[in-house]
Design a protein around this ligand. Structure first.
Ligand SMILES: *Cc1c(COP(=O)(O)O)cnc(C)c1O
Length: 388
């Protein structure tokens, strides 16, 4: 059976050019980049090149890019590392209520240590109102973290405006750009944030590697205490293989993200239109215009999201229900709760997230399968039959 992958916000296939860039480090180049001999130096050079590639992609300086073990680690570091360094001046952090669990759980952890955390509400599209940020700030606030694009519904947040409000108040700003990088323009100076997270495996790179942008001069505690690696802020021998892959993935996207975004938008709109026109009682979630081009988040009335996912999977189409990170719990995700989906739709969210490799024929097949599966599931649903 031909399988179709529409879950690119969970993870992405590795671009063959990225695999080729990692290959030398799996075979010949094995040195420890901290060593002065040639074995070490050639790996240190590879890492320096990758740092330049990531920096160029984000409009940052290479000395502002710190390699981490992925998006979750970058989020943890940004929040805990700045909150703890500023704790003497106040113990308050702010984030939106639809952040990735890495941000939400880091803020809750800080609460357990005696910090206060404010979880900002969002509107029905998932948008944060910058005015609510302004009102949340106090003299005690260390950091505000609002994601650039939501990974579930794709809504793009007004991060530049939020960062400006923070700057004026002397508060640090962080944005989780994992779901935005490669889909929309991400430039740290246009955004004006102090810290920004990306993850390798969400942008056609390898898993277990990411980066945290830290604006020059930003006070932050180390995340891993240990050696001098990453300017003494993250000890431990570096993931050279993964870093080479992350660098290449960023270099490719710096050149290709716009054409990818156009491709994904065209296919996403075709998919969404095809489904909405052919199947009644389907709600498109997220903002109608402020939305990343690769995400189609649907709430399908009278159908259970998990059942829909499993039936699509049996037909070879891979999608996500709710948030991949909360899969396994029957609870609606924090994002779905925060945007306030009507009860009829609240059990039925599915996310179809596209990547540069998807094709029009895959989309057309998916629309057919989606219609077939929803029709089948509704045929055995007593509430569908009883609806007025
Ligand atoms: C996937 C994801 C993360 C976590 O990244 P990992 O590299 O898997 O730890 C963080 N934030 C967002 C928005 C994500 O989509």
């Amino acid at each position: 059976m031909n399988r179709i992958y529409l879950d690119n916000n969970s993870t992405t296939p590795i671009d063959p050019r990225v695999a080729a860039a990692m290959e030398p480090y799996l075979h010949g180049l094995f040195g420890n980049p901290s060593n002065i001999h040639s074995f070490g130096r050639e790996c240190a050079e590879g890492m320096a090149a990758a740092r330049e590639q990531v920096a160029a992609f984000l409009g940052a300086g290479p000395d502002e890019i710190f390699f981490t073990g992925g998006g979750s680690e970058s989020d943890n570091w940004a929040i805990k590392g700045t909150a703890s360094v500023r704790a003497g001046r106040g113990k308050h952090v702010v984030c939106s209520s639809i952040e990735h669990s890495a941000v939400l759980a880091s803020c809750r952890y800080l609460e357990s240590l005696g910090f206060r955390a404010t979880f900002l509400p969002v509107d029905g599209y998932g948008l944060v109102d910058p005015e609510t940020v302004k009102r949340a700030l106090t003299g005690e606030t260390a950091l505000v973290s609002v994601m650039l694009a939501n990974n579930e519904i794709g809504t793009i947040e007004p991060v530049a405006e939020i960062a400006r409000i923070c700057r004026e108040a002397g508060v640090l700003s962080h944005t989780d750009a994992v779901a935005a990088a490669g889909k929309i323009r991400v430039d740290v100076n246009e955004l004006g944030v102090d810290l920004l997270t990306i993850s390798g495996h969400k942008l056609q790179g390898p898993k277990g590697v990411g980066a945290l942008y830290i604006r020059k001069g930003t006070e932050i505690h180390p995340f891993v205490h240990g050696g001098h690696q990453e300017s003494g802020l993250r000890g431990g021998t570096e993931n050279v293989i993964g870093i080479a892959g992350l660098g290449k993935a960023c270099e490719i996207l710096a050149a290709e993200w716009q054409q990818n975004a156009e491709h994904e938008r065209r296919l996403r709109d075709r998919l969404e239109h095809g489904i909405v026109v052919r199947i009644p009682e389907v709600r498109v979630d997220g903002h109608p215009t402020r939305r990343v081009p690769n995400v189609c988040h649907l709430s399908v009335g009278y159908v259970e999201g998990e059942a829909l996912l499993m039936n699509l999977d049996m037909e070879g189409v891979a999608v996500a229900s709710g948030s991949a990170c909360s899969t396994g719990s029957a609870e609606p995700s924090p994002t779905m709760k925060a945007i306030g989906v009507p009860p009829l739709f609240s059990n039925s969210p599915v996310r179809l997230s596209l990547g540069p490799g998807n094709t029009e024929s895959e989309i057309d097949y998916t629309i057919d399968v989606f219609e077939r599966v929803v029709t089948r599931l509704r045929a055995i649903s007593p509430i569908w039959k009883r609806r007025s």
